[in-house]
Design a protein around this ligand. Structure first.
Ligand SMILES: O=c1ccn([C@@H]2O[C@H](COP(=O)(O)O)[C@@H](O)[C@H]2O)c(=O)[nH]1
Length: 269
């Protein structure tokens, strides 16, 4: 982020986008789409975020494309965030950690998104492996979709929301990070509006990188992000998928769309 700014470009090969790009909804279309985004926009972004579900829907051939994309990102020196939203218990969680965060795994990414709704501590194998391998995790806290509030805003006996407890847990994990950001990031939607103030959640002290989906197609702007995140804005890695991908398949248009989004985010610093 220091070197490349605050934009993360999402790679979401939806059937409608593949069609708009003149590609088939198959593994070959997926591969062309993915590598075009990497080549055109990789250098404009701090990270690329492939949406795992859109590879998974093509079965083993789709997952093989994802493996090759992750390897190509590493080869090109572009950070990758696998948006897999994994979460489970015990040895199953350890297997997810192994898949996405172990050196040498075919699906190794620089970071993976995690769902904490089996309990934050159930994520321990991934938290530890990320730290040990110099990778990262992004734990869902306040997601960008309106349905998320029914769970994430709910208060426990002490009246503290679920989201606030996730933020507290991430902050505890990052306590040794000093001036730098820690390896435990949070997903906080660009669209959450006043939820952070309503729920009395302070993000700046968490030392967490903040993955913020919702820029572009979901309606949020760079100015919204600045207002929503306030003092924590420098920690924000804003992610936009369709808002940029719709500029394809022309690589120059894609690059320009990414550069424009990145410039708008920088102008809010
Ligand atoms: O809270 C969340 C968590 C993840 N996402 C994912 O981000 C992208 C957003 O795509 P756009 O086209 O920019 O809307 C997508 O993969 C979501 O699954 C999110 O939107 N909100």
């Amino acid at each position: 982020m220091d070197r490349r700014g605050q934009l993360c470009v999402g790679i979401d090969p939806h059937p409608a986008l593949l069609a708009q790009w003149g590609l088939n909804d198959d593994a070959a279309g997926l591969e062309r789409f993915s590598l075009t985004v990497l080549e055109a926009a990789g250098e404009q972004a701090a990270a690329l975020k492939p949406q795992v579900a859109l590879y998974e829907r093509h079965g083993s051939a789709g997952m093989a494309v994802l493996e090759r994309l992750l390897a190509a990102c590493a080869e090109a020196g572009v950070l990758s965030i696998a948006d897999a939203k994994r979460g489970d218990i015990g040895s199953t969680m350890a297997a997810y950690a192994d898949a996405w965060l172990r050196n040498g795994s075919p699906l190794a990414a620089d970071a993976v998104t995690l769902s904490p709704y089996l309990g934050f501590e159930s994520l321990r194998p991934a938290l530890d492996l990320a730290r040990d391998t110099g990778r990262g995790v992004f734990v869902l806290a306040l997601t960008s979709n309106p349905e998320g509030a029914s769970v994430q805003h709910a208060g426990g006996p002490a009246g503290r929301s679920v989201a606030a407890r996730i933020v507290d847990a991430a902050a505890a994990e990052n306590a040794g990070a000093g001036d730098r950001l820690g390896s435990v990031g949070l997903v906080v939607g660009a669209t959450v509006g006043t939820a952070l103030t309503d729920l009395e959640i302070g993000l700046a002290a968490s030392r967490a990188p903040l993955l913020a989906p919702g820029l572009g197609a979901q309606g949020a702007t760079a100015a919204d992000l600045r207002k929503t995140f306030a003092a924590a804005y420098p920690q924000v890695l804003a992610t936009s998928s369709r808002g940029i991908l719709r500029a394809g398949p022309d690589p120059r248009s894609l690059r320009e769309a990414a550069a424009r989004a990145s410039g708008e985010l920088a102008a809010e610093r």
